[in-house]
Design a protein around this ligand. Structure first.
Ligand SMILES: N[C@@H](CCC(=O)N[C@@H](CS)C(=O)NCC(=O)O)C(=O)O
Length: 244
């Protein structure tokens, strides 16, 4: 009998510990993800707008690029690459806007933004890679030169930019959005980059479809974040222009 009782106590102690572990684990799982970034950055806005479209509750931690906060010891521990955005979730860090946005889609019901149909998904991916591999590097190179005070934008880079926009222009000839008749994740992604560089390199007459696509994006309520970020970027552009 004594043996039975102590065994019973041992078992309930084990159960309590198990319960404690579950509670602790659940608490860390339900903790809000933290997005580190500066709204002037297109990849940051892309991550923020994706979260907003999917109703994901985020904590935003501002990392002011214009004060060099991305180079602080604090931030280097979060992202050694010193780039924004970075997402902290369940004790892990994800360091690229495309990876962050896709993570948001996979962990919520992102069916409209990133549907499961394989071919459509591949087409969305194609534009995400186009942003990561073509659009954003040109945007970044032109802005880096500008903020380093290097005169008018380099002609080769500008021409590469316009050729990249020609690709979008053609795609948007007979469809409203990049992959068809609905706005998808890639539209939000490329829209943030293109609307940013428009500040320094305006669209050409021949980019009429791109212009109306941007206008459609701008009319969406989630693009308020984009407008705010562009305003911030524009203000730093103006300051630098006045200094030169
Ligand atoms: N491929 C990355 C690019 C991130 C990136 O280059 N972010 C820029 C801001 S737009 C940055 O953090 N620059 C800071 C620096 O290079 O010092 C992404 O999509 O997240």
């Amino acid at each position: 009998m004594v043996l039975f009782r102590s065994n019973f106590c041992f078992k309930s102690l084990q159960n309590i510990r198990l319960l404690e572990k579950c509670i602790i684990r659940n608490m860390s799982v339900t903790k809000k993800p933290v997005l580190y970034g500066d709204e002037s950055s297109p990849p940051v806005r892309f991550a923020m707008m994706t979260a907003s479209l999917l109703n994901i509750d985020l904590e935003f931690h501002n990392v002011d690029l214009f004060k060099g906060e991305n180079r602080s010891e604090f931030y280097k521990k979060i992202n050694p690459l010193q780039k924004v955005p970075a997402l902290s979730v369940d004790g892990e860090i994800i360091c690229d806007s495309h990876a962050i946005a896709l993570y948001f889609c996979r962990t919520s019901n992102g069916q409209e933004l990133y549907p499961e149909a394989n071919v459509l998904r591949a087409k969305i991916d194609e534009w995400l890679y186009f942003n990561a591999g073509v659009l954003f590097p040109i945007d970044s190179a032109i802005f880096t030169d500008f903020f380093a005070g290097k005169g008018p934008a380099d002609e080769v880079k500008v021409n590469n930019w316009y050729s990249a926009l020609d690709h979008l222009e053609l795609k948007l000839t007979d469809q409203k959005w990049l992959t068809g008749d609905k706005m998808r994740l890639c539209d939000v992604c490329c829209g943030t980059t293109i609307s940013s560089l428009e500040i320094l390199v305006p669209l050409l007459e021949r980019h009429k479809n791109v212009k109306s696509w941007l206008e459609s994006l701008n009319s969406l309520s989630c693009f308020e974040v984009n407008k705010r970020g562009l305003k911030r970027l524009q203000s730093f552009v103006e300051i630098l222009k006045q200094q030169n």
